[in-house]
Design a binder for this molecule. Structure first.
Ligand SMILES: [Fe+2]
Length: 422
């Protein structure tokens, strides 16, 4: 179904009514300055391993000095980040953009030229992937991802016509206009492949769920923005839901402030699932809900229940505390509240979903693939970073101003962009 609106149109007309500030109760400023010490900024990564000199910073503990007390959190969040599903349900024209012929042509030309130049996919950037027209709308989209409703669904990426290589180039090229790609696992994948590889989803301390067909509860990925390009669909299931974590926050603030308080305390241990650099602990103690640093601090969420449930190998041994009854209840209440606030969407072949992780949580249903030889469900995934000085959120982490902040980086593993799962 072709949509009558242009990208420019949906980006500009949908948001005219949302000028208000995010927070009703302001927290006192701690500091506006960028946190760097005790770590070094990362712009001098070895060029023989990281051709652009930028290494994904990876997972880290927060700066505990910047974790705020619950009393400093807002009573309610208002503005365009705190959307209700009813605002969008049944109205895909507010959040969907079908690429038109000119846009596809522009992407196609940029991808062909990039392929002709024989640059490795890990070297793609705005400079070698020019989009003179589309880039203006992508700037508006980026603003809406970071500061607005936080999601969009593109339709009509001609993945079958282009094949996986050219599709990957065009997709990563598009992504460079939204953020810097970061490594998604210990193998250095900057182009991820969400696919069932037959790994055992019950081994949650070792297996990443994106490599299985299991259900994913509401969570955020380890990046500022996540992109999913649908290459092949499942026979059934694998559908996605998203929820504004600010709307979820408001519901909890009203109904279960005790749960909210539990989620803001730095008492949560997150598993690295063995994706650990030399000298690092196997887990990170942190909060689930944070405030940004500085004035007008927004509420930021970083969550995945699989990662906190998988640590019994350490809690059983008395190395870290087990999840308390309050934490176990908070996990349940958070998931239920997300489900109540969810907007459902189905990705067809050629669709690209971009979602922010700062204030949107996402989930997917369990799925079943077509029997072979039909292709298995396959989504190409991008994790994109938006450093603080380029409009990104002021996170309470040392790497807040790193270009490739977040992601998963193990030692000096070089970035790679495989064209299929491996
Ligand atoms: Fe995810």
């Amino acid at each position: 179904m072709p949509l009558p609106l242009t990208l420019h149109h949906i980006l500009h007309t949908t948001f005219y009514y949302t000028p208000t500030l995010y927070i009703s109760a302001m927290a006192p400023a701690l500091t506006e300055s960028l946190p760097a010490a005790p770590h070094q900024l990362n712009s001098n990564a070895p060029r023989d391993i990281f051709p652009d000199g930028l290494k994904t910073t990876g997972q880290h503990a927060p700066l505990y000095d910047h974790i705020r007390e619950f009393e400093q959190f807002p009573k309610e969040i208002t503005g365009r980040t705190a959307w209700q599903p009813e605002e969008y349900r049944g109205q895909p024209e507010k959040w969907t953009h079908a690429f038109n012929a000119e846009e596809i042509e522009e992407l196609s030309t940029a991808a062909d030229n990039f392929l002709k130049a024989k640059i490795p996919l890990t070297g793609i950037s705005k400079k070698n992937f020019p989009l003179p027209n589309l880039s203006k709308d992508l700037e508006t989209l980026r603003e809406d991802l970071l500061n607005g409703k936080g999601f969009i669904l593109f339709k009509g990426f001609p993945v079958e016509k282009w094949g996986n290589h050219k599709s990957a180039v065009a997709y990563m090229g598009l992504g460079t206009y939204l953020g810097y790609f970061v490594s998604q696992n210990s193998r250095g994948h900057v182009l991820g492949h969400v696919k069932d590889l037959g790994e055992d989803s019950t081994q949650i301390d070792k297996v990443r769920i994106y490599r299985t067909n299991a259900r994913q509860y509401f969570h955020a990925d380890d990046s500022d923005v996540v992109g999913l390009l649908c290459i092949a669909k499942a026979l059934e299931g694998g559908e996605s839901d998203i929820a504004s974590s600010h709307t979820v926050y408001n519901a909890l603030a009203k109904e279960r402030p005790d749960v909210l308080q539990t989620l803001t305390a730095p008492i949560w241990y997150f598993d690295r699932k063995g994706e650990t650099s030399a000298g690092q602990e196997e887990y990170i103690r942190t909060s689930v809900i944070y405030l940004e640093r500085g004035e007008n601090a927004r509420v930021y969420t970083k969550w995945d229940p699989y990662y906190v449930r998988s640590l019994s190998r350490f809690s059983d041994a008395g190395i870290i505390p087990p999840l308390s009854p309050e934490q176990l209840e908070a996990i349940e209440v958070l998931e239920q509240t997300c489900q109540r606030s969810a907007l459902h969407m189905v990705l067809d072949v050629g669709d690209i979903q971009f979602v922010t992780n700062s204030h949107v949580l996402h989930s997917r249903t369990e799925y079943k693939d077509y029997p072979p030889p039909a292709p298995r469900r396959h989504l190409m995934r991008l994790w994109l970073a938006t450093p603080e000085e380029e409009g990104g959120w002021k996170l309470p982490f040392w790497d807040s101003n790193e270009k490739k902040r977040g992601g998963i980086q193990v030692d000096d593993q070089a970035p790679v962009a495989p064209l299929d799962a491996e």
